[in-house]
Design a protein around this ligand. Structure first.
Ligand code: KG4
Ligand code: ZN
Length: 358
């Protein structure tokens, strides 16, 4: 009970500090998948520090993320990553005004580590605590990159777990327009990379290989993606690549991997771009933003920029350091939700599945 009373006072202090334009630092934690990350964010858009411990080299040995290894690694690293974020921001825990952690969606054991750690810190310092939706965090990465960007806009989120077209109506109000019917875009990159004998995560590897390939060599396409629906389907394209590689192997034929990578990348990039530009235009928005790990892909960024220019839309995409999982984007989204009145109690449980916070 005493926690609730003093955390309420500290919550009011946090919100008032934002109103006075002297915001208190917010400590954010991200542990939904294979990065243990912490960041200090001030006033939503100013990133005072970003600390990340990536588990990629360990998971690479297994060709993908092993959930149990991820949870253990988060547990081992979270303390030092949070300490590093505070140190790099030049502050101590006593200077922090609020604490946030990714609470959904993601690997449940991994989310539990960040949420439990965040709640424990908040409880010990009597600070307000907030769980943040990871996808909302990815969208918020754009606010960190464009100081003037505010809702409303349309956002394409393409990550390892999601491919969504979303109307961002306010900082806390979203409308899902389209989603993948099967594999997420990043998942398709990862699976195609494996078929080509490349390392995890496959997206950057495919992009590297595609740079020397002919994107017109193999016309991969999924008929579903030509429909009027805003939903995506990537598993057909992925299967076409896998079948091509298997057939070639059985016949002892050599296939140019760079051409396959470039053709696959073009198919995914064209589909993502076409549907999201159409959504922005048809729903009458003037801005289209990109988010999620796949937003680091140069071909996608260039293609979307070009198509937005052609269609009179403003195009936004996060700075490269905010594309893949990080805690700064969680801190940004947490700030906007906190000042709108959202808070969580010590009873908050992470959830593996939820899409965008209601
Ligand atoms: O957002 P993220 O870091 O984690 C999730 O929330 O899933 O996204 C990771 C995904 C992986 O599938 C990875 O292969 C993909 O983003 N990715 C890329 C690139 N960099 C990361 N895909 C295509 N091109 C890239 N350069
Ligand atoms: Zn992510």
């Amino acid at each position: 009970m005493s926690y609730l009373i003093s955390s309420q006072q500290n919550y009011e202090k946090y919100v008032a500090s934002a109103e006075w334009k002297q915001p208190l630092p917010l400590l954010a934690i991200e542990s939904s998948c294979d990065e243990t990350a912490a960041s200090v964010v001030i006033g939503g858009r100013s990133v005072a520090s970003m600390a990340v411990h990536t588990q990629i080299p360990v998971h690479r040995l297994y060709g993908g993320v092993v959930p149990e290894i991820a949870s253990r690694s988060h547990t081992e690293r979270i303390g030092s990553v949070v300490r590093e974020a505070l140190y790099a921001a030049g502050i101590e825990l006593d200077d922090v005004g609020a604490i946030a952690a990714t609470s959904s969606p993601g690997l449940i054991g991994a989310l539990l580590v960040g949420v439990s750690f965040g709640k424990a810190l908040a409880f010990s310092k009597q600070l307000p605590f907030l769980g943040v939706n990871h996808i909302e965090g990815h969208i918020a990465a754009n606010y960190l990159t464009y100081p003037d960007l505010e809702p409303p806009f349309v956002c394409l989120i393409a990550s390892g777990g999601h491919s969504h077209i979303v109307k961002v109506l306010d900082y806390d109000c979203f409308e899902l327009v389209g989603r993948t019917r099967d594999d997420a875009a990043g998942e398709a990159f990862d699976k195609v990379a494996r078929a080509l004998g490349l390392c995890y995560p496959g997206g950057p590897e495919i992009e590297r290989l595609a740079a020397n390939g002919d994107a017109g060599a193999f016309p991969f396409h999924a008929p579903f993606n030509e429909s009027d629906s805003y939903d995506f389907s990537f598993s057909g394209i992925k299967t076409a690549v896998v079948n091509l590689m298997h057939n070639a192997e059985q016949k002892g034929m050599r296939i140019n991997g760079a051409d396959v990578a470039a053709s696959f990348q073009r198919a995914v990039v064209d589909t993502l771009t076409r549907k999201s530009v159409r959504a922005a235009k048809e729903f009458g928005f003037d801005t289209l933003a990109l988010a999620g790990g796949v937003s680091a892909n140069g071909a996608l960024r260039r293609n979307m920029q070009m198509e937005c220019e052609r269609n009179g839309l403003r195009f936004c995409c996060p700075d490269m350091k905010f594309c893949t999982d990080n805690a700064a984007m969680i801190g940004c989204q947490a700030h906007y939700r906190l000042i709108k009145g959202y808070r969580d109690g010590m009873d908050l449980n992470p959830s593996a599945m939820s899409f965008l916070a209601e």
